[in-house]
Design a protein around this ligand. Structure first.
Ligand code: ATP
Ligand code: FE
Length: 368
């Protein structure tokens, strides 16, 4: 079968046509990242406007690239949760309208489940597997037992990692350097960190070190990084748009702290799965996805704890870690195969807040 996927949960309008073998027949992406970098964050009103003006072209581009007519499509999958209300509505309404006039089944998709499942399109990943989703709006650790069966093991209790990377990059004024002006804050930090020569001058305590659960906290790291930045700014009498001389070292130390925290929590989740035999010992897999998974330094830190625990660590290609239509179409294929959530009456409900799976965080806390 062939599914058209539509993603409009946040700021990117993404569409794709994917078949049941996992081939991407065609795709399109209208990204608003450049605009939001300029304004320092996603503006829901702008995002809504841009989705509205792009949705029609995004769908027709994906179909044209695939060399397909809407008649050749078996179902339309669309993100209905979680996300920005107005943004979600643009995709959902358009998908419902298309399904009605062409009489196609409609499949609602959970954005974070799609981020997790798309790894199965690229790698040999069988249920159950562990997933770590690190992005601009989320930080989640979950056990994926089936297409529609997720168990939440841990999540961020304050700012998401991507959000913190973006804020710190902005505060460090990295954007004032032309080489960092057109990329996301997270990517800017990664590149800047590579130029560090002495990161040990900055040290950060491990967040939530004494808690026995798998939750995350990044706001303390953000605050201490900004405090250190301000100290150096005063010390060097830095003015206006100037950067501190130790900017690369501070980026590297901050990135290291973020990576260590993520790796530490992932390790706890692995210990929990081990203790209760939740993962097949012959097939231990952890999937890492979401925009921050693009960061090679962070990914390698997870790969490292993974290999110590006997896990294979997988991530989708970079452009599929960030928001895209491919993962929505693929989740549609997975649901179609199992006949889950197929709406032939075109009913659809958007939910801005939607937790991922069953919350098992209490169990994790008492177990470890
Ligand atoms: P969500 O999926 O939670 O709704 P989102 O859609 O905003 O959030 P994504 O598109 O998955 O998130 O990811 C965007 C985030 O990824 C940004 O915060 C960006 O800074 C971060 N990011 C992108 N590339 C890198 C990188 N190389 N290193 C670290 N972070 C990165
Ligand atoms: Fe996302």
């Amino acid at each position: 079968s062939v599914v058209l996927g539509i993603e409009t949960s946040c700021d990117d309008t993404g569409c794709a046509v994917v078949d049941s073998t996992g081939s991407i027949l065609g795709e399109s992406l209208y990204s608003q990242t450049a605009l939001h970098i300029r304004y320092g964050g996603v503006n829901p009103v702008f995002a809504h406007e841009l989705h509205r003006s792009n949705i029609e072209s995004a769908v027709s581009d994906a179909l044209r690239n695939a060399g397909k007519n809407i008649k050749d499509i078996d179902a339309i999958a669309v993100t209905t949760r979680p996300g920005l209300l107005l943004s979600l509505q643009v995709g959902s309404k358009y998908a419902r309208y298309m399904c009605r006039i062409h009489n196609k089944p409609l499949i609602p998709i959970h954005h974070m489940e799609a981020h997790a499942l798309v790894a199965r399109m690229y790698h040999k990943v069988q249920f159950p597997f562990l997933v770590l989703l690190i992005s601009g709006g989320h930080c989640l650790l979950a056990l994926v037992k089936d297409v529609n069966n997720f168990e939440l093991l841990g999540k961020g209790i304050d700012n998401a990692p991507g959000e913190v990377l973006d804020k710190v990059a902005r505060r460090m004024k990295l954007r004032n350097k032309p080489e960092y002006s057109k990329i996301s804050g997270g990517q800017a930090i990664e590149l800047a960190a590579q130029r560090s020569t002495n990161l040990s001058q900055f040290e950060f305590p491990l967040p939530l070190a004494k808690y026995r659960d798998c939750n995350f906290s990044f706001s303390g790291l953000k605050d201490s990084t900004i405090r250190k930045l301000e100290e150096r700014e005063t010390e060097h009498n830095v003015m206006g748009d100037e950067l501190i001389p130790e900017v690369y070292d501070l980026c590297a130390a901050f990135q290291l702290a973020v990576a260590e925290h993520i790796a530490h929590r992932t390790h706890r989740a692995m210990l929990y799965c081990e203790k209760y035999k939740l993962i097949d010992p012959n097939n231990r897999v952890v999937v890492v996805s979401g925009g921050v998974a693009c960061n090679n330094f962070i990914f390698k830190s997870i790969e490292h704890v993974g290999s110590e625990m006997g896990y294979r660590t997988y991530r989708p290609p970079h452009n599929v870690c960030t928001d895209n239509g491919v993962m929505i179409a693929w989740n549609g294929i997975e649901k179609l195969r199992k006949q889950i959530d197929i709406r032939t009456d075109f009913s659809l409900k958007v939910e801005p807040e939607a937790p991922l799976g069953k919350d098992s965080r209490d169990k994790v806390e008492t177990a470890n």
